[in-house]
Ligand binder design. Sequence first.
Ligand code: SF4
Length: 347
Amino acid sequence: MVTTVPDYFHDFHCLAGSCPDTCCGQWEIVVDEAAKARYLSVEGDLGRRIRAALTTRDGEDVMVLENGKCPLLTEDGLCEIVLQKGEDFLSEACHTHPRFTEIYGNLQETMLSISCPEAARLLLTREKPLSFLTTRNDAPPEPTDLEPELFVALSQGRDTAMAILQRRSLALSDRLALFLEFAHRLERLTDDGRYFAAQGLSDHYRDQDYCLRRLARLRRKRRGGDFAPLKALLLSMEHLSADTPAIFAALEAPVLEGDEVPLEQLAVYLLFRWWRKASCDGYLWRQAGAIAAGVLTVAALTPLCGSILEAARRFSKEVEHSAENRAALTHAMDGADFSLSALLSLL
Ligand code: SF4
């Protein structure tokens, strides 16, 4: 198995009791079957408290929150289960958070979710362009029905997309415009099974002069954008925090100028997490459009949330961590409101 993680992965340490926004609150904490069996075997006062907190909702075992927090959280913000039984006793979700893993055959990719304040800080306060570390181990690959040629074309495409997004000689809005156009053209080629041409397209977008010529052609299209459809989409989603609808209602079209580095890091983070999902169904535009929409949303949220760290965390919790909201975002990219021209006009 080949494992890939971001270069700051091993710098992460949970803030535990000092965390300003613990992950042991707000959302329901899912308990896997093996952990449930362990939890139910606990005796004494801890066992009674765990049993009182455990319930089944929509076919999943979850911890019922008390005042918006896991009832096993101590006043110091520490986990009673960890204190008494050790970290290995925890459910999979609690043990691994904020690490999120996707497996594609013999590739395992793990990211630190920016819903966690410390993971968001590590990603969004760095200056250096994000890079990734790869290691190999003897673990057997997972069975997969991915189409090999599509997977290879999209993997090469992701490397090119990352190079586009990190080309700091260009303004971020130009990079996002090139990224969107590249993804749109790549999907057309892979849809037609033209994988050799897809490789050629990837090579073109790695060339600075080619990119400058494409930007000159795109200039006319990048005017008069309407932010209302993205705002309406965000407002139509289910919301985790009670104050989110009011914040989304106040969103205005962002200007991607100023300190572009944190938004670049965010774009590469979303690229790493979402682009490869298109290997499963071929719908690359849905993922690419959602990545650009995510960057625009966080940029628009930043003045309302007070900082990009807060904005990114809210976006991650509200959209990235909700399967329904993620699906709503990606499927919206099929509509005219989120076509290539519509998204380019916002940049
Ligand atoms: S959100 Fe992050 S830093 Fe805070 S308690 Fe959870 S894992 Fe630790």
